[in-house]
Design a protein around this ligand. Structure first.
Ligand SMILES: *Cc1c(COP(=O)(O)O)cnc(C)c1O
Length: 446
């Protein structure tokens, strides 16, 4: 068995010594995979914009006996007995999140961001209704009408996108187009929110257009919800009718989704989630969501958000100085969208991702606006700074990361340079370990 310890194995702070020791004995195969994954996370740089490192408290709550409980329904209205404690947990999660964002009502049961979106569509719309959302190849999510998603098969989607690169404010959401389309197509619902877009999304113009055409307005804040919690981005709650989000991206909680809405939609949203879409809720994850909502309300979460954005700006600047083009000319959130073509027109997003993976710089390929290559190949990369900011990196280290990205991609055919980069990555990671053994928790950056 490897010497690597998992989540400070010798303290009771994380998943605890006892369950972990029991797992090592009873199922060494899975235990070894957990050690391997922990080692991967500790020894490579995590630049996937939708990922983060949760606190050990979030891990502890999600690895708990709440997983044993069936609790179909909602607090005070359950279908099974024995839900006294679970009711307290779910109520606390709902109260914390409504207070954090100033919402009337919360549903914390969606298993994921995708389930949250589907539940909203189901609550508000009829099959065949028109929804306006961001183009998938310009930053929209699969649940914004991909033909491969149940959303695209069930509703009629009209897409807006970003302004052209050469316009005076290039590659920003095209609000003029959005308004023209809305007036022409009379959507029942307008969706704001993106999965690959590095600018602030102001909810107000969306609200105005929705009001002008009599549409409902949903803000999908899957990515920026942590920045919103810290007051770093405008809060769409109260402006939009419904806000959906994931709890595991910048919000740094367990993998999952949630919905906030005005009171008038509470009943429809709750019945769309259960029994409309899901069965029993994952109460262990809901407990972990409550922990994350508590953490996001702490003062340090504001400075965490500020540092995420500073780091993303430093990353954009560092990459630009090496000849990459940054989509939209920079960033105002945790993301940097990179156009690889000016750096090397032969280099695809797919190859870049694979080379960077080899050297421990973990990221994903992504289409850029008007990408001539397919979504599987792409001409771009999407990078994010939320995870490594959690691990404590600031602009200096992020500058080093940018240099290492350039070095690896420039020398991608040279094994010895790639080995050098891998060694530098490991060294950097040893100083910015998200789960350092023996650390007092939270023992990292923020
Ligand atoms: C990540 C994301 C989702 C979906 O979240 P999952 O938890 O992966 O289902 C939905 N919408 C947007 C805009 C996202 O970025």
């Amino acid at each position: 068995m490897s010497e690597t310890v998992i989540f400070n194995e010798n303290s009771s702070s994380a998943i605890g010594t006892e369950p972990w020791n029991a797992l090592k004995k009873s199922d060494p195969e899975i235990a070894q995979f957990l050690i391997d994954e922990l080692t991967r996370q500790r020894t490579s740089v995590q630049l996937i914009a939708s990922e983060n490192f949760t606190s050990p408290s979030v891990l502890a709550a999600s690895a708990s006996v709440l997983t044993n409980k069936y609790s179909e329904g909602y607090p005070g209205k359950r279908y099974y007995g024995g839900n006294q404690v679970v009711d307290e947990v779910e109520d606390l999660a709902r109260n914390r999140v409504t207070k954090l964002f100033g919402a009337d009502h919360a549903n914390v049961q969606p298993h994921s961001g995708a389930s949250a979106n589907v539940a909203v569509y189901q609550a508000l719309l009829q099959p065949g209704d028109t929804i306006m959302a961001m183009r998938l190849d310009q930053g929209g999510h699969l649940t914004h009408g991909s033909p491969a998603s149940i959303t695209g098969k069930t509703y009629r989607f009209i897409s807006y996108g970003v302004t052209p690169e050469d316009s005076d404010k290039g590659e920003r959401i095209d609000l003029d187009l959005l308004r023209d389309l809305a007036i022409r197509e009379k959507p029942a619902l307008i969706v704001a929110g993106t999965t690959a877009y590095s600018r602030v999304i102001d909810p107000i113009p969306f609200r105005e257009i929705a009001d002008e055409v009599g549409a409902l307005f949903m803000f999908d804040a899957a990515h920026p919800m942590g920045l919103i919690a810290g007051g770093n981005h405008p809060n769409p709650v109260g402006v939009a009718d419904i806000v959906t989000f994931t709890t595991h991206k910048t919000l740094r909680g367990p993998r999952g989704g949630a919905i906030l809405c005005k009171s008038e939609f509470a009943k429809a949203i709750d019945s769309a989630v259960f029994p409309g879409l899901q069965g029993g809720p994952l109460e262990h994850v809901i407990a972990a969501k409550a922990v994350a909502f508590g953490e996001a309300g702490e003062d340090y979460f504001k400075s965490y958000g500020v540092q995420i954005i500073k780091n993303a700006m430093a990353l954009a600047k560092g990459l630009e100085s090496q000849g990459f083009r940054i989509v939209s000319g920079g960033t105002e959130n945790h993301q940097v969208l990179v156009d690889l073509r000016p750096f090397d027109k032969e280099l695809t997003g797919k190859e870049a991702q694979e080379v960077l993976d080899q050297v421990g710089l973990t990221c994903n390929r992504n289409q850029i606006p008007d990408d001539p290559r397919s979504p599987f190949v792409t001409s771009g990369l999407r990078l994010g700074t939320s995870a490594e900011t959690t691990a404590g990196m600031s602009e200096t280290e992020i500058g080093t990361v940018a240099e290492l990205i350039g070095k690896a991609l420039k020398n991608r055919a040279d094994g010895s340079v790639l080995n050098e980069v891998r060694a530098s990555v490991k060294e950097l990671c040893s100083d910015f370990d998200p789960y350092p053994p023996g650390a007092p928790w939270p023992g990292y950056g923020f």
